[in-house]
Design a binder for this molecule. Structure first.
Ligand code: CDP
Ligand code: CDP
Ligand code: CDP
Length: 219
């Protein structure tokens, strides 16, 4: 029974990272949150006040920005950005940053390097279609827009966030649209993915289902 590579894709707030984190803990797999990497790049561009339409300026930031997303947090050139990357300014710009080819090239290379050991769970938008097309298990995790917005609202409110449910739903809907319609590596369900709608499942049930699928594919 060998460890496998697991790809989880789906829209914003579907539960990908929470479920992946629980499953990784239980199985001893390494978890990589690729969305956090795109958020970290967004933080770097915002801080440098980069005009995303200026290709040379974008290139400069891509070349000089080192991102790590590990168990103890997300870092940009050594600065801990774990909390900052969840702020509304980052959520509002991340889909535009994720549409930039140089950003995707750099991050996909980093993600494949992390995955090359096997025994990994990666979550994002293009993991099963582009980053790890040969992953032994692909899951497309989704839920209704209403339940995704509500979950994200509860989560942000618990951390002291003041965004309204309507603002959060609008951000999620806008990102889903941009992520699905962009030219490079759009959000798509891989043909060989297991489709899970967890609108009416709690976190524990969804994590149990993912762990069961991993055990099945390992055998
Ligand atoms: O957690 P949430 O659903 O809010 O989003 P995320 O997973 O943190 O991803 C933030 C954004 O990064 C997405 O809306 C996509 O624009 C982008 N992303 C991507 O393009 N490709 C990935 N593999 C992961 C994220
Ligand atoms: O990574 P992604 O954007 O897909 O979603 P997430 O950040 O893992 O989950 C968003 C929120 O929904 C978290 O607060 C989860 O605890 C919650 N959740 C839930 O309540 N029930 C589920 N079945 C899945 C996630
Ligand atoms: O050389 P580099 O680190 O860029 O990547 P690689 O050695 O070609 O691939 C690293 C990992 O990415 C492999 O172990 C595979 O798990 C995964 N991969 C894949 O699933 N399908 C591909 N077409 C390419 C890579």
């Amino acid at each position: 029974m060998g460890k496998i590579s697991v790809a989880i894709d789906g829209p914003a707030g579907a539960g990908k990272s929470s479920v992946a984190r629980i499953a990784a803990e239980r199985t001893g797999y390494v978890y990589l949150d690729t969305g956090a990497m795109y958020r970290a790049f967004t933080w770097a561009f915002l801080r440098a006040r980069t005009d995303l339409g200026d290709a040379a300026a974008v290139q400069r930031i891509v070349e000089t920005t080192e991102i790590t997303a590990e168990r103890d947090g997300v870092f940009v050139n050594g600065t801990d950005v774990t909390a900052s990357i969840r702020e509304p300014a980052v959520s509002g710009h991340v889909s535009a940053v994720a549409a930039l080819a140089p950003v995707r090239e750099k991050l996909v290379q980093l993600q494949r390097k992390t995955a090359s050991t096997g025994g990994v769970i990666l979550d994002g938008r293009d993991i099963g279609t582009v980053v790890l097309p040969d992953a032994e298990l692909k899951v497309f995790l989704t839920a209704s827009i209403a339940s995704r917005a509500k979950r994200r609202w509860l989560e942000l409110r618990a951390k002291g966030g003041t965004e309204s449910l309507a603002e959060i739903e609008a951000n999620i809907a806008a990102r889903d649209k941009m992520d699905s319609e962009r030219e490079i590596s759009p959000l798509r369900e891989a043909a060989d993915a297991v489709h899970i709608d967890n609108s009416d499942m709690d976190l524990e049930e969804t994590a149990d289902l993912l762990c069961r699928l991993i055990k099945e594919r390992e055998a």
